[in-house]
Design a protein. Structure first.
Length: 453
């Protein structure tokens, strides 16, 4: 670490949180409202959406590896910073392409709508990856102290949480008095969020300092991705953490639109959907101040396993519990969501520290510095699971009788949507438990050993 640079401190933590805040404003808007926007406002069918999202997400996932290679092998400009120039360029494209996704192309024919949706999303994914992969890799060069990196992981989760607070407020804005999603309102929000994200990412670049020089790599050395891929799949804890992450993305992140549908059709009040988002993040916010002490007592693995069991049980109960479709039912549902999201929230708070532990374990065993490459492969599976999750949700909604163009669903279909959402929560946290309990094998003593110099 360069001793001439400003010491690591709260400025870096806040700046790093801004990174996920800025990325999250764009990403959360797309992940929460793109499906609803194109099916309810633009007129695409769920079947069209399913194959569009698979193609675009597959491309999105490949982007991580391609851009990860470029970031590792190509330095932009004369600046000492390796990652910031990539983030600067990507954030400019992100503004334009987030807005492009939500242009209300209602006058296009069906083929034109499909092409616009596919093209805009594929281009957006390139811009987002240009920001997000360098941002994720930045973690390893802000500080070489494992405790500092753990705190960065926590602050990154805080940044993501701030983005979701703004998403939580949207149902009151984007749904009209007739309980319909407004295309013009979503388009306006996309402009506001995109511009805000650009300035937040600009603040991140000014606050964060890259201090750590990579050892063992000459200036002209190229990263060997085949070696990194082999390292990734022979790293058992990395595989376990990736499976848990894939489950989180598919069964929690990708189901956000289903949560909105529960309020829109089961409870008959789409504007109350913000309560569901709030319920999802109450456990995360409540645990933030205590996560360091809890993890130091029992370790990240054990804490995730315990809370995942609680969430699996809660999700199973919510699936079959007859919940009234009134204000009392909303209270019961929201309380159940808090328990159902507990395990996933604990995973989200600690996941970046877990990935750092996996990368540290790889370095100790192989002696190779492959941080960016390993992170890019991990991100590849996150992105791929987003596509699989979105496609799965579209197929499952169709299977339970959901009609995407209908302003009102039958009582049975509404009940099916409610059961589907709760069942996905239970199944998702069960997979998180299995992967962390039986595959992820960094034990408490080893985990604590990473904090020793």
């Amino acid at each position: 670490m360069d001793s001439k640079l400003r010491p690591f401190g709260i400025r870096d933590k806040i700046g790093y949180a801004f990174g996920d805040f800025g990325c999250g404003l764009s990403f959360s808007l797309v992940s929460n409202y793109m499906f609803l926007f194109y099916t309810q406002c633009i007129g695409l069918s769920a079947k069209h959406w399913a194959w569009i999202i698979i193609v675009s997400k597959a491309w999105d996932a490949i982007n991580d590896i391609l851009i990860g290679t470029l970031v590792d092998n190509k330095k932009i400009g004369k600046s000492a910073s390796k990652f910031m120039p990539w983030i600067s360029i990507g954030s400019l494209f992100l503004v334009v392409l987030t807005i492009m996704i939500f242009v209300p192309v209602t006058s296009f024919n069906q083929t034109g709508k499909i092409i616009w949706c596919l093209l805009s999303y594929c281009l957006w994914s390139v811009a987002y990856t240009m920001v997000n992969v360098p941002y994720g890799s930045l973690h390893s060069v802000i500080s070489d102290d494992p405790k500092d990196r753990t705190s960065l992981s926590t602050f990154r989760s805080i940044g993501a949480g701030f983005a979701m607070i703004f998403i939580m407020l949207l149902p009151n804005i984007v749904y009209d008095d007739d309980n319909r999603l407004s295309a013009n309102s979503v388009f306006t929000i996309s402009i506001i969020f995109s511009v805000a994200a650009f300035f937040i990412l600009f603040a991140m670049r000014k606050l964060v300092t890259e201090r750590v020089l990579r050892e063992g790599k000459s200036e002209g050395e190229k990263v060997n991705y085949f070696s990194a891929i082999k390292t990734f799949f022979t790293n058992r804890p990395m595989v376990g953490a990736t499976i848990a992450t894939v489950s989180s993305v598919i069964f929690f992140m990708s189901t956000a639109s289903v949560s909105n549908l529960v309020f829109q059709f089961y409870f008959g009040d789409a504007q109350k959907a913000s309560f569901a988002t709030l319920a999802s993040y109450v456990p995360l916010v409540a645990l933030m101040p205590f996560i360091g002490k809890i993890v130091s007592k029992m370790g990240k693995k054990k804490f995730i396993c315990i809370t995942s069991v609680i969430s699996t049980i809660a999700g199973a109960v919510m699936t079959f519990l007859p919940i009234p479709r009134d204000s009392t039912g909303i209270i019961i549902w929201v309380a159940g969501l808090m328990l159902g999201n507990l395990g996933n929230c604990v995973l989200q708070i600690t996941v970046w520290a877990i990935v750092a532990d996996c990368i540290e374990k790889s370095y100790r065993e192989t002696g190779r510095r492959e941080e960016s490459s390993l992170y890019a492969i991990y991100s590849f599976f996150r992105k791929l699971s987003q596509g699989l999750g979105s496609a799965l949700i579209a197929v499952l909604l169709s299977a339970v009788g959901f009609v995407e163009t209908a302003a009102v669903q039958t009582p049975q279909v509404a009940a099916n949507i409610k059961m589907l959402y709760a069942g996905l929560i239970a199944f998702g946290t069960f997979i998180i438990y299995i992967s962390m309990k039986f595959i992820y094998n960094i034990n408490y003593k080893e985990e604590m050993g990473f904090d020793k110099n």
